[in-house]
Design a protein around this ligand. Structure first.
Ligand SMILES: NC(=O)c1ccc[n+]([C@@H]2O[C@H](COP(=O)([O-])OP(=O)(O)OC[C@H]3O[C@@H](n4cnc5c(N)ncnc54)[C@H](O)[C@@H]3O)[C@@H](O)[C@H]2O)c1
Ligand SMILES: [Zn+2]
Ligand SMILES: [Zn+2]
Length: 346
């Protein structure tokens, strides 16, 4: 089968590898769609993070959906033909948090497409416990657009996990970073009843896409978050913030623009240290909450029901390439002109 692999140096290789066996407790999946993520670009470049985190020789890719084609021994409750998306974090089941049901806090998490073979391949095996079945959907009934979205349930889950961390009804919400995850989070925040929603970004294409989805979106270097508060007629600051850029300047801006008691959920992974006004955090009792991955499986339940209730995240999918054209797909994802780029394996 074809698989896109890393040799532990810059560049990836599309090569023929043996189809995987299906170990006990695992399922074999025929991959249908996959999303390219910043992580995959880091592996492609083989930067310092990749050097420290990625197992050379593996197949990359952690955002994907597919059809179950084989069940390993002992697998119950799943069937050949089930349409699924994969939870990319594989947890140990043994540590304190796992045993308490807080699997997103497992201290021994390993990642599909980072520490072990991922989904940029014709077939992949995953633990049965990492399968999220799209109930009531089959290959015969599903639309192309639905499949594309199933392919990005992993980052949609990041967006939903972060967005739903704090109550939103009637609240004023600012989201720094209008990448695919920031945009999906904005769609969730609007749907569940926030009052004002502001997105920030510094890339013109990303700002345009946000505006085309009906959001107010600013480049904070041109118009400050503070000035936009007055545009909205706000008087006391934002209630909730979602940091989804990873930019070191974003968190200090958010701290400056929160109401007292404001809550900041932080998904963006900063590449450098960040200095903030801690006096302001303390005296105004701000909360800064880190967010990692998705809650297993409450986030998956929430995103499925949001989609069933009409949440539309399809505008974030701006490009789709055949798997064989992966080089063009990666170049497009890298270019900054795209939002989410999909690989199509059919
Ligand atoms: N914690 C987790 O589990 C987890 C999981 C997935 C992604 N992430 C992180 O979440 C973030 C969002 O993911 P994504 O896939 O949407 O990434 P992305 O890189 O596509 O989007 C980030 C956006 O932030 C914008 N940006 C850069 N500087 C900015 C600034 N100063 N102010 C406002 N916006 C700015 C960029 O132009 C870009 O559009 C990334 O930092 C990613 O590493 C974290
Ligand atoms: Zn990802
Ligand atoms: Zn664990």
């Amino acid at each position: 089968m074809k698989a896109l692999t890393t040799a532990g140096r810059p560049g990836l290789t599309l090569q023929n590898v043996p189809e995987p066996d299906t170990p006990t407790g695992h399922v074999k999946v025929r991959v249908l769609r996959a999303g390219i993520c910043g992580t995959d670009l880091h592996i492609h470049h083989w930067d310092a993070w990749a050097e420290g985190a990625v197992t050379p020789g593996i197949t990359v890719g952690h955002e994907f959906c597919g059809e179950i084609v084989e069940l390993g021994q002992g697998v119950e409750g799943l069937a050949v033909g089930d349409l699924m998306s994969a939870e990319g974090h594989i947890v140990c089941g043994q540590c304190r948090n796992c045993r308490a049901g807080r699997r997103h806090l497992c201290i021994n998490t390993s990642n599909l497409g980072v520490g072990r073979n991922g989904g940029f391949a014709e077939f992949v095996t995953v633990p049965a416990s990492n399968v999220w079945v799209h109930q009531g959907k089959s290959l015969a009934s599903v639309t192309d657009a639905e499949l594309d979205v199933f392919g990005i349930y992993d980052p949609l889950g990041n967006a939903v996990h972060t967005a739903l961390k704090f109550p939103l009804v009637g609240e004023d919400v600012v989201i720094t970073g209008a990448g695919p995850i920031g945009l999906m989070a904005a769609a969730v925040v609007r749907m569940v009843g926030a009052r004002h929603v502001l997105l920030t970004d510094i890339a013109p294409h990303r700002l345009e896409l946000a505006r085309s989805m009906g959001f107010t979106a600013i480049d904070p270097r041109e118009r400050s978050i503070r000035d936009t508060q007055s545009d909205f007629g706000m008087r006391e600051g934002f209630d909730v913030a979602l940091e989804m850029s990873g930019a070191p300047t974003a968190l200090p801006e958010l701290v400056d623009n929160m109401n007292a008691g404001g809550r900041i959920a932080m998904l963006g992974l900063p590449a450098s240290d960040i200095s903030i006004d801690w006096g302001s955090v303390v005296s105004r009792m701000l909360t800064i909450q880190g967010i990692y991955g998705r809650e297993m499986y409450e986030t998956w339940y929430a995103m499925t029901q949001l989609i069933a209730s009409g949440l539309d995240v399809s505008p974030v999918i701006t490009h789709r390439f055949a798997f064989d054209d992966w080089e063009d797909a990666f170049a497009t994802a890298q270019s900054g002109e795209a939002s989410k780029v999909i690989l199509d394996f059919e």
